[in-house]
Design a protein around this ligand. Sequence first.
Ligand code: PLP
Length: 442
Amino acid sequence: MQKVVEKPSLQPNPGAGSKSGAAPEELAVRGGPPAVRAPKPASYLHGPQEIGEEEIRAVTAALRRKNLFRFFKDEADSPTAQFEKLFATMTGARHVLAVNSGTSALICGLVGLGVSSGDEVLVPAYTYIATAAAVLAVRAIPVIVEIDGSLGMDPVDAARKITPRTKAMLPVHMRGVPCRMDELMALAQQRSLKVLEDCAQANGGSYHGRALGTLGDAGAFSLQHFKVITAGEGGVVVTHDPVIFQRAACYHDSAYSFWQERHWNIEPFLGENYRMSELNGALALAQLKKRDRILTRLRTIKRRLLETVRDLPRLTLQNVPDPNGDCGLALIFFVETADRARRFAEALQAEGMTAGSIFDKTIPDRHIFYHWDYVMHKRTPDAYGYPWRDPTRPCQVDYSREMCPQTVGWLERAVVLPLTQTMTDAHVEDCAKAIAKVARRL
Ligand SMILES: Cc1ncc(COP(=O)(O)O)c(C=O)c1O
């Protein structure tokens, strides 16, 4: 979810410059004329803005077929199966499983990897709370790792946090930017860890030419409302490994092994119900066909803004480990202090742009470990405090709001400009001017 806080008192005031007689280059926040004149996009969402006749036709056709259960029929009659097939082609993954949310994709992915009760799983300090929640859902313990200037998991801190109980790492490609996968994969290999990539926010991203989600042992995607494409709710697990796939598929449906005739490499076990319905499958398939067009436009916009931002004084750009694989969902840069980041974002808003700073202690943003209250306080529904309180395997993992100063340091100095495919060229040009103006004059 792109959370950008706009303070109403700092909204652009088109008359401010003329009233005060301020010079045209004066910042709008100080009474100058706003740099952004071309209208802003009506929404910063991606998938939902694309919902059109194709989606309506696909969902209506699924309703007309009056068979919303995805199994017991030919693949050709199941939009969910068609979605899985196209997703496999587009990612290059050998096995794809559609599920009903990104969280369930993570849960099934972790089960697929064999993560079990009391195992430790490395998660970054900057990710949606669902990443840590999924680890707890399989009765494992999230171990929180610092992020670096890529805003992804820091391989150096990840190495420090490995213990004999660490089973897996869960790097998250936040806001569509690939993590430092070479270093993370090398570490995983050295220390015999499994890797589940959280691609909830990076559908269509890649790393050195390989689709995100296919570099680790498995990948998990979300099709929720705020993502690159949406099925309303939905998720996807991808893997090359048939055993990981079968374990994930088995867990996603309590009777999967009874209605899926296939060669089993595993003894089927307990499952829950994380199935995708055919309505969501139909919507997901229609949206998937639009995904790459959305990304092409986003990347063009980001490249244009980078041309301006690259040379501005007192800014450091987010380290994007593979710029060609970036989804282009946001432009992020760092300034010297938290206070300057807040003032920079406010000045951009006054110029007429949508912008925000990422970390503010007073805003309970669940994308930051600091606000994962039930993790910080070790609360699960288990009456005995499992997985943290296990008499057979005493847990050494503790949490505090002070535990990841490096993460807070990066996030509080970050300024984020969310991008959307419906920004017009004129608006993008105005945004480039506004950023340059604020960087030079603030
Ligand atoms: C990084 C990340 N992981 C996991 C999820 C969970 O996805 P869902 O909301 O579809 O369960 C989200 C979605 O918000 C997310 O942003």
